[in-house]
Design a protein around this ligand. Sequence first.
Ligand SMILES: NC(=O)C1=CN([C@@H]2O[C@H](COP(=O)(O)OP(=O)(O)OC[C@H]3O[C@@H](n4cnc5c(N)ncnc54)[C@H](OP(=O)(O)O)[C@@H]3O)[C@@H](O)[C@H]2O)C=CC1
Ligand SMILES: O=C(O)C1=N[C@H](C(=O)O)C[C@H](O)C1
Length: 406
Amino acid sequence: MIRIIIHGCNGKMGQAVASAAAADPDIQVVAGIDKFPDSKQNPFPTYGSLSQCKETADVIVDFSTPAALADLLAFANERKIAAVIATTGFSQDDIKLIEQASRSIPIFRSANMSLGVNVMLELAQKAASTLGDEFDIEIIEKHHNQKVDSPSGTAYALADAINQTLLNSKNYIYGRHSKNQRRSKSEIGIHAVRGGTIPGQHTVLFAGSDEVLEITHTAYSRQIFALGALRACKYIVRKSPGLYGMKDMLNEQAAVTNINSDNQQALITINNIPDDTAAIAKIFQSIAQQDINIDMISHTTPVNGQLSISFTVPRKDVGKAIEVVNDLETLLPTISLNTYEGIVKLSVEGPGMAQQPGIAAKVFSIMAQQNIKIMAITTSETKISYIIHQLDEKKALEALMEAFEL
Ligand SMILES: NC(=O)C1=CN([C@@H]2O[C@H](COP(=O)(O)OP(=O)(O)OC[C@H]3O[C@@H](n4cnc5c(N)ncnc54)[C@H](OP(=O)(O)O)[C@@H]3O)[C@@H](O)[C@H]2O)C=CC1
Ligand SMILES: O=C(O)C1=N[C@H](C(=O)O)C[C@H](O)C1
């Protein structure tokens, strides 16, 4: 059970977090803080200031105002509890304060707790990297008529993500009132619209010559932000001091998203190859000439001027591959060959693997616990492939699925 304090509990978001928490068996709201504590009937003790709050908690969740930041950080630091900061409208000095505090306590900060906006940040960066030099970029955000800060924290986050992709070559223009001149190429225009009860909409517009690309995210309720904040509480409570954001959380949760096995491959190992790149090239050229598709390749460090290479080929092509290697014996007389047909290739993959150390170590430990021998391994940023004996396939898959909760 994670015990939370809601800072700004009587506000629109504070109330949304309290409702979402009431429906979550892993979260307990132990207290709330708000300027006017009696303005709402809450099912938890509510105080007018942090200094009155004596309850013990694991995380303080903040949806209040930048003016309350210093007290919030002092409270979290004194109690050594984690903070989830969702408030927007901070100054550069405020952001420095948050960074400083994150040296002593874990802090999660995001201007937008929704999943969709965090995917949108990546889409906008991708579009900017391709279109950024040619297309004009404008950000339009729409919010309810009670919103105080402008432009929204999310609009800034989108502009900063795009600008980072474009090597910080852009400056921001807020609205175009009294700016009677043509738009310059180096601008990102940012525009705020306020009205009614709109929970939040953000559009990034890439306007080119005779074509426009728009990426839009619409929040239909505050619940998405509340659920995101509770997810952040569950994430930050396990962390050591530091500053974390949505990208860290989503990447960690997506470290391993897929595990699959391929039993249509065979493993070929060629030993005693001269340590000469031209010899290696000759081997792979000869295999390619026979139209054999190679998948995994791993290569040992040379010892005494010789090395070994293992690679996988489709099982149906093993005979052809053996012939190719045998035909190379006159050119490369030292080489010898082993083939293994009773193998499977297990692939463990996930987009967050690139940012999260320890996945290979975890897989090795699981294989060791199950007494499974690994015959070859290759890695990329987001995928690790292992060759194991086919008799171990079921045992390995079950253990990996359980360990990575798939
Ligand atoms: N990151 C995200 O995903 C999201 C962030 N937000 C941000 O969260 C913040 C709050 O939004 P919202 O709930 O709509 O705003 P509200 O104005 O409805 O709520 C803020 C609450 O904080 C109270 N408050 C003011 N000063 C203090 C203080 N010193 N200590 C404790 N509470 C205080 C306010 O009281 P009073 O009204 O009396 O001043 C109010 O009840 C905004 O910055 C908003 O941009 C909002 C939605 C999503
Ligand atoms: O104040 C709001 O309501 C919202 N604020 C955040 C922001 O400023 O980006 C997030 C969301 O758009 C709702």
